[in-house]
Design a protein around this ligand. Structure first.
Ligand code: ADP
Ligand code: MG
Length: 399
């Protein structure tokens, strides 16, 4: 029961000799003009290479960071153009004037060993406002639109939403297809038992995901700071841990729904606590789930890790979003790394989503042992919440 049948895949479209606009997520970290992590550029290559093999006239576009004006040169895609040129072995021309008249000519007259890269789409005023004017201007220059910017599909921006609606020949690239197939499998065809591990700071960020997964997931593991609100909902002491008082009632309701539906639920049974969140802060492990006054929970303890291992044992599908503790600050990374290790050793189909969770798995050196790492944290969570995402809706062609 997939929602993706009316979206064309790049291989279904005729690109031969066509002017093809490809929206990518080339939003890489850049420090002093140097790209510090090129994962997103690497992720975009299969789609670009396919279009090159098809002899398309290729124009690439992406946002980068959050520039306030086009004068914010640290948000220029210039370093990306240079790197793409090296990786693809073609000349990559950076086109600065997104609203200028020259675009159509440039996009039409590219030779076989040239690719056009539009400068940061957010330099154009209308991008984040989903401007019809910007979209219409761009649409006149292209025959085909491909979106492969998974990390941006939840945003109603001009190059993601308004533009594709104006180009009848449109579809998704390799990266989006892989992401959507995986997330769709989680929602509609997950092998059971299906376990979801949720952590991170805010319950409020994750409530919609829990609700949408409620009927599909058999085992919920709740850790990280969001667990303290669930403990508070059971009148367990949480000391000075981060909790969301205004979400305690919501947590109570969710606990009741887990109970009525007979879900397996793992909440922390012990914690690593400290008086402040600083590197190597003096810390202790609590004997129970209760956290004494003036102490705050910063990681799950060993009893909790053992309970999680046991609960995940039979799982055939595991989705993980949100670290189990303040993993950026040692020694509070242990619980998160242990969970990453458990996943890496499980034979289940394992998917990790969420910016910080993906970083945690990478820090643990276990990225390669997962079946899928979702590159777009916000986009993957919104998809699992059951929301309609603008960039996906705009690609549909059935009416
Ligand atoms: P993701 O980006 O994977 O969706 P979130 O953004 O929801 O994850 O949460 C990640 C953050 O949660 C991390 O910065 C981590 O330090 C923090 N965190 C998790 N547990 C705790 C805790 N017990 N106390 C303080 N911060 C925590
Ligand atoms: Mg985050």
């Amino acid at each position: 029961m997939s929602d993706l049948r009316d979206i064309a895949f790049i291989e279904d479209l005729n690109l031969q000799g066509k002017r093809v606009f490809i929206r990518l997520d080339l939003n890489v970290p850049i420090k002093d003009g140097t790209i510090t992590n090129e994962t997103r550029i690497q992720g975009a290559l299969p789609t670009i290479r396919y279009a090159m093999d098809q002899k398309a006239k290729i124009t690439l576009a992406s946002h980068l960071g959050r520039p306030k004006s086009p004068e914010d040169k640290q948000f220029s895609l210039e370093p990306v153009a240079k790197r793409l040129s090296e990786l693809l072995g073609v000349e990559v021309l950076l086109f600065e004037d997104l609203m200028g008249d020259g675009l159509k000519g440039m996009a039409s007259n590219l030779s076989d060993d040239q690719i056009l890269l539009l400068e940061n789409t957010r330099f154009a005023k209308g991008e984040t406002k989903n401007s019809q004017e910007l979209a219409s201007h761009l649409a006149t220059a292209f025959d085909v639109y491909i979106n492969d910017a998974f990390g941006a599909i939840h945003r109603a921006h001009a190059t993601v939403d308004a533009l594709p609606r104006l180009i009848p020949q449109r579809g998704m690239g390799y990266l989006i297809q892989k992401e959507l197939k995986t997330l769709d499998k989680l929602l509609h065809q997950a092998d059971k038992p299906f376990a979801a591990i949720l952590g991170g700071i805010k319950v409020s960020d994750k409530i919609a995901v829990i609700e949408n997964l409620m009927e599909r997931v058999d085992t919920f593991v709740i850790g990280g700071a969001m667990a303290y609100t669930f403990l508070a909902a059971q009148d367990i002491a949480t000391g000075s841990s981060l909790i969301e008082r205004d979400k305690i009632n919501m947590a109570k309701e969710l606990l009741e729904r887990f109970r009525v539906r007979n879900k397996t639920l793992v909440l922390p049974k012990d914690h690593v606590v400290a008086k402040e969140l600083t590197k190597n802060a003096p810390n202790e492990t609590t004997p129970t789930a209760a956290i004494p006054e003036e102490w705050m929970g910063l990681d799950i303890g060993p009893k909790t890790t053992a309970a999680i291992n046991e609960a995940l044992g039979p799982a055939k599908t595991i989705f993980w979003n949100g670290p189990m503790g303040a993993f950026e600050t040692p020694p509070f990374e242990k619980g998160t790394f242990e969970v990453a290790k458990t996943l890496s050793q499980s034979s289940a189909f394992k998917v990790v989503g969420g910016g910080d969770s993906v970083t945690a798995v990478a820090n643990a050196g276990l990225t390669d042992s997962m079946d899928h790492i979702s590159t777009g944290g916000g986009a993957s969570l919104e998809y699992l919440e059951g929301k309609k995402l603008p960039g996906i809706e705009a690609l549909r062609t059935d009416g």
